[in-house]
Design a protein around this ligand. Structure first.
Ligand SMILES: Cc1ncc(COP(=O)(O)O)c(C=O)c1O
Length: 449
């Protein structure tokens, strides 16, 4: 496969030339899963869109709109300015660090104790996580991650030989992690508990009280609490938490992405907020990884950051409205487990069928592209009891517009409730047959019924 790709690019390699390396690869990379999103896009490529049923890409968590004109103009000017071509400090432009510290007082409350010295800017939030982990853990250490996890976090740990310790979250808890269950997983090798809220993939938004309990737990055990708050600006009801208003620097590390709030994922900007004692070490790692974060976007944002608040809020409100629309149009046998940030985590109705199979068929036959829960956890031997766990699917509501979400509704309208007996029979059929074979015709009606 890789050989074919190279051949197409170079016109001279053949698969045999590139399918074998003369040296050994790192154990870290060999033990790490390959990024799963291309698999969903490969499924999507097998679908033939029609005017009535265009492709609905609800797979990747990317913004569906560009940033406002004022930012695009400032970015263009910054990119062509002779002053933006050189490096800046490894931890980013001092003025943007200051502007972000001020912004955090608006988001977390005026008593939030955050200064520019607490902030390092990074080439995106994935870089922020990687640099943080490299600064505080070594191969053989453990980091606790709620499951389902954001796969890049699990991949980063595996790449570095650090053990991701799964903290199961449950549908009955709305996929919020339990502090007590987490406590039971802490060992002398634990370096950090790492959370994501609002969560990717589940959308669960952890309460301020839960986050405060996790910080207490981290403090009790002298471990770090890392909280990736990429989707924090999509929390519209109150402050995301009050951790910055207390003594936070000994244990808390906050990660942020500019990608979603400001709709600029391709320009790669994120942030780490932590004690200056940790920032000093992170600076060393960042100097090796990025030298400095991309400069034009930093320069463009420095002046504009406070003025972009209305844009960020309007985007968040539009996404909240789309979440509501999604819930309204979702076929009634599908159950929403949690919703928030960019994502809805939904249980499909087919007993005995994995979400991997359902997601694949949704994409290839109906053009609805989603990500199955299998992409966000360790592969398990899914036995009778495990099927339930394997029935969850992540839908991103950010990168589709309202009209496209309604397309799901238009198919649901074709459903005839008189046939509900048939549907019950089909579901039962799946339980016994463990297979979709031969069911294609009824499948689309079943999925969308
Ligand atoms: C939880 C989480 N963290 C980090 C990222 C990556 O952010 P960035 O584009 O800033 O690297 C994403 C993107 O999907 C995410 O969902």
């Amino acid at each position: 496969m890789r050989g074919t790709w190279c051949a197409a690019l170079s016109g001279q390699f053949v698969a045999m030339n590139v399918s074998r390396l003369a040296f050994k690869l790192s154990r870290g990379v060999l033990n790490t899963i390959t990024p799963p999103i291309p698999t969903a896009y490969q499924w999507a490529s097998l679908y033939s869109p029609t005017a009535a049923r265009p492709l609905l890409d609800m797979s990747q968590g990317v913004p569906g709109t560009p940033p406002p004109e004022v930012l695009r103009t400032a970015l263009g000017m910054a990119a062509s300015s002779p002053t933006s071509f050189g490096y800046c400090p490894a931890e980013g432009e001092p003025l943007l660090r200051k502007a972000l510290a001020d912004e955090m007082k608006v988001i977390y409350g005026s008593d939030a104790d955050v200064t520019a010295e607490d902030i390092a800017l990074t080439a995106g939030c994935n870089m922020a996580f990687f640099a943080t982990i490299m600064s505080l853990a070594d191969a053989g250490d453990e980091v606790i991650l709620p499951v389902p996890w954001y796969f890049n976090h699990q991949m980063d740990l595996t790449l570095l030989g650090i053990k991701p310790v799964p903290l199961q979250t449950l549908p009955e808890d709305g996929f919020s992690p339990s502090v007590e269950r987490c406590r039971s997983l802490i060992t002398p090798r634990t370096k950090a508990i790492s959370l994501v809220t609002p969560n990717n993939p589940t959308g669960a938004t952890y309460s301020p009280a839960l986050l405060a309990s996790f910080l207490n737990l981290a403090a009790e055990h002298n471990v770090a609490l890392i909280v990736d708050e990429t989707y924090r600006d999509f929390v519209l009801d109150g402050v995301p938490h009050r951790l910055f208003s207390g003594p936070w620097r000994n244990n808390f590390i906050h990660l942020f992405s500019f990608s979603k709030s400001y709709c600029l994922p391709g320009h790669r900007l994120g942030a780490i907020v932590a004690s200056p004692l940790l920032i000093k070490q992170i600076r060393t790692v960042l100097d090796c990884l990025q030298i400095c974060p991309p400069r034009p976007i930093q320069i463009a944002l420095t002046q504009l950051l406070p003025t972009l608040r209305p844009f960020v809020r309007e985007t968040a409100m539009a996404i909240r409205a789309r979440h509501e629309l999604f819930r309204r149009v979702l076929p009634k046998r599908w159950t929403v487990g949690a919703q928030g940030g960019y994502f809805a985590f939904v249980k499909h109705p087919f007993v005995g069928v994995s979400s991997l199979e359902v997601s694949k068929r949704l994409a290839t036959e109906l053009g609805v592209v989603s990500l199955p829960s299998a992409f966000f956890c360790e592969e398990e031997d899914v036995g009778e009891a495990g099927w339930d766990k394997a029935r969850w699917i992540r839908f991103s509501v950010a990168n589709v517009d309202d009209e496209k979400v309604k397309k799901i509704l238009s198919v649901r309208d074709q459903y005839d409730p008189v046939n509900s007996t048939l549907i019950a029979w089909q579901l039962d059929y799946f339980r016994h047959a463990r297979s979709f074979t031969g069911m294609t015709t009824a499948f689309s009606r079943l999925l969308l019924a």
